[in-house]
Design a protein around this ligand. Structure first.
Ligand SMILES: *Cc1c(COP(=O)(O)O)cnc(C)c1O
Length: 345
């Protein structure tokens, strides 16, 4: 085996969905965009459907096709980017539910697929996707008359429970949707944690399912083990890696591992992260290369075959903090070269 092994803990994934479902006063959907946050949308969606999820969200129609093929005809598969030019056949043939974002999309949808399910996305202040209050006022009566499956919006600051933007967007969502007889959805993972006022009829967790903040009680889902290609002795004073950025302060043993920034091990982690052999730390030394890492294993009593980068003790959020990013980016950067294994009881 020459590439890293990414083990997806399906039991942990399902436990995270159940825990978020228990916190939600309403239906709990599942967001599986970006290939299930890098972990494999088909496998993830199937496991969550088996656990009881009935509604799935993706970013683009193509992703919806993958999820539909994995799940069969029954679950609802919703597309955040709505009904874009060129998507009509896919939306129609695969029974995808586009979340329509503009009057143009509403028109396209009604003209090209009359009677086909749809939802509406409203902008309540994030200024990213969805109709603003003026556009919505112009079209609400017609759109509601056509029977949307869902009216939704998205919170910009839900990872910060004290941010005044949360209450502001909640009020705007009420203003735009109160009194309509259509199921409503506002909360992603962060919104679920803000409490029942934010839950409406459907919640849409993503990152929390995959073990990431802000769902602090999440179980780790991604486990990454990297194979050792070679081990060498390096004398004190010798350097390791590109630009000679690390110099051995003592006679050292350096393991070279088969993974690099092309596999999502961000270059910002150079010289700044620890790999693990059981509970023994092994510091990364020198630069992260495209396909290789160099790790100081001098203090290890044995010759390792693999070292661990992601585990229950070093999570995606730990790596994110070291690299100056968020767990979402760590997960969705995990590259296609890893062998993905799905561990289930
Ligand atoms: C990505 C996304 C979600 C899921 O968000 P998490 O923070 O990962 O839970 C929900 N809704 C929309 C519109 C999204 O873009």
């Amino acid at each position: 085996m020459s590439t890293g092994s990414l083990t997806v803990d399906i039991d942990a994934l399902v436990a995270n969905w159940r825990a978020l479902d228990a916190l939600s006063v309403s239906e709990t959907a599942a967001v599986v965009k970006a290939d299930g946050y890098g972990l494999g949308a088909a496998k993830v969606a199937r496991a969550l459907a088996k656990a009881g999820a009935r509604t799935f969200f993706v970013a683009a129609a193509q992703e919806g096709a993958t999820v539909r093929q994995a799940l069969g005809p029954d679950p609802q598969v919703c597309v955040f980017s709505g009904h874009m030019r060129g998507d009509t056949d896919m939306i129609g043939d695969l029974m995808l539910t586009p979340m329509l974002n503009t009057i143009g999309q509403v028109t396209r949808h009604f003209e090209s697929l009359p009677g086909h399910p749809f939802g509406i996305q409203l902008d309540t202040g994030m200024n990213r996707l969805g109709m603003e209050i003026g556009e919505w006022a112009a079209i609400a009566e017609v759109a509601i008359g056509a029977g949307p499956m869902l009216v939704m919006s998205h919170l910009a600051c839900a990872d910060d429970p004290d941010h005044p933007m949360n209450a502001q967007q909640l009020a705007q969502f009420h203003l735009m949707t109160d009194g309509i007889a259509v199921p409503r959805s506002l909360a992603a993972t962060g919104g679920i944690l803000l409490g029942p006022d934010y839950h409406f009829d459907v919640t849409r967790p993503g990152i929390g399912l995959y073990g990431g903040a802000p769902f602090d009680d999440a179980r780790a889902v991604a486990h990454l083990d990297l194979p050792v290609v070679q081990i060498r002795n390096v004398e004190a004073g010798e350097t390791v890696g590109y630009s000679n950025s690390w110099t051995a302060q003592r006679d050292s043993r350096i393991a070279t591992l088969a993974a690099g920034y092309a596999d999502g091990i961000l270059r910002a982690l150079s010289g700044n992260v620890t790999l693990w052999h059981g509970d023994q730390p092994c510091p990364l030394v020198g630069r992260v290369s495209m396909d290789l890492l160099t790790v100081d294993v001098t203090d290890l009593g044995e010759t390792p075959h693999t070292l661990s980068l992601l585990s229950a003790t070093q999570t995606v959020d730990d790596l994110a903090a070291l690299a100056g990013t968020i767990g979402y980016e760590i997960l969705t950067s995990l590259g296609p070269r890893y062998q993905r294994r799905y561990a289930e009881r």
